[in-house]
Design a protein around this ligand. Sequence first.
Ligand code: ZN
Length: 501
Amino acid sequence: MSDNLNQLKARFNQTIRLSEAARLLSWDQQTYMPSAAAAGRAEQAATISQIAHELSVSDEMCRLLERCEADLRGQPDDSDDVRMLQVIRRQYDLNTKLPATLMAEVARHQAIAHACWQRARAANDFSALAPALEKMFDLARQGAEYLGYSDHIYDALIDIYEPGMKYADVAAMFSEIKPRLTRLVYAIAASKVSVDDSLLRGSFPVDQQKSLTQTLVGALGYDLARGRIDEAAHPFCSSSGREDVRITTRYNPELLPQGLYASIHEAGHAMYEQGSPAKFEGTALAGAASTGFHESQSRLWENLVGRSRAFCQFIYPFLVERFPGSFASGGEELLYRAVNRVTPTMIRVEADEVTYNLHVLIRFELESEMLAGTLNVSDLPDAWNSRMESYLGITPSNDAEGVLQDVHWSGGLIGYFPTYTIGNLLSGQLWHAIGNALPNLPEQISRGEFAPLLEWLRVNVHQYGQKYRTAELIEMTTGEPLSAHYFVDYLTAKYSEIYRL
Ligand code: ZN
């Protein structure tokens, strides 16, 4: 290996170690940090990120990168070193194309806009957020111009989360699923079958839920010797290297699915991080292919596994044992139906599998129109409400349960929402391939045997870390480009049976 490459790897490794430390500080902030430490923690985080940024855009980094690109010219495009160099180049370009003044202004405005969002949501008053939101979209537009794009301004922003993905790809994906999903939602609403989920509401002591979570995520394959579970207001997964991948969850003592499915979801993210190969540890190839691919793993475990009939059969005895007041023997089928109840809701994060992606679609449409300048921020609440009515058949009674519900836009996350749906579509396509490879999977799941499934994911997805992009990886894994129909077919078959459509 060239000396230049060794030096480049060592440099890049420093930025990785700094961001791992920053993530640990952030995990602490959201779990155990005393509230008085907030100001000091913000300083610590800012200092680390400044040092990491300076290292990543240094002249030395630039020189080494150029030398390595020259050294590796002519090497096979598929080699680890060539791919690693591409990831470092992409990171370098992202870090250097945006002027420091713009980045500082975004960081400052994020704090302001977040505070406005909190006030606006509490007061149910969109006008308290509108000016800050307008400015955030303006900053995003400026950023997109610096990053560059050829077709649509949205291309520059989605590319940050889904390398290589374009506005046209996302629009095509949604135009395929939109008519089928809305039809399914309306058919379910018109169904004579009503699904009762009352057994999921009651008294579920948090201690019992905690012990259930430990047992369950351990059974799935989340290695707790290299991870841990804590509580936080917003569940998340935080990785500081493959040997330290932590999750947080949130328990509701009156509603069982909240903690249960948040835990399975985050464990899905964590197993992906733990499956990043040891040979990539501390390099640019460690981690996940993209934000959407990460979400495909969490949604696969949460929904395709966790809301399957086989999983309900597996988990049921645990529920009877821990919550005898709510569950009596023989209720597996009731549980299966209850965890799959479909009902349009105002709130995205509470949405079921069928309606969830329509929530994402609304956000994608609105943010791309605002970026392109065809929708004004002042018209956003009306546009939001009319699309909720047309896609989901419900209208928010106020902006707090409508346009003010998400933290993303005020936090500067513009172009991010489609990754949720990309994750779902990937999960459906992977699930189809898994079904062919593991014909006995339902029986295995019903017996609590998750190792064959995890091994399939390890071999076909996790072992590649960041080496391949989404489009390449899904084609390698399933033999086809990303396609929406597997996911929609899965939903249609599953819910046609439950709701006798
Ligand atoms: Zn997730």
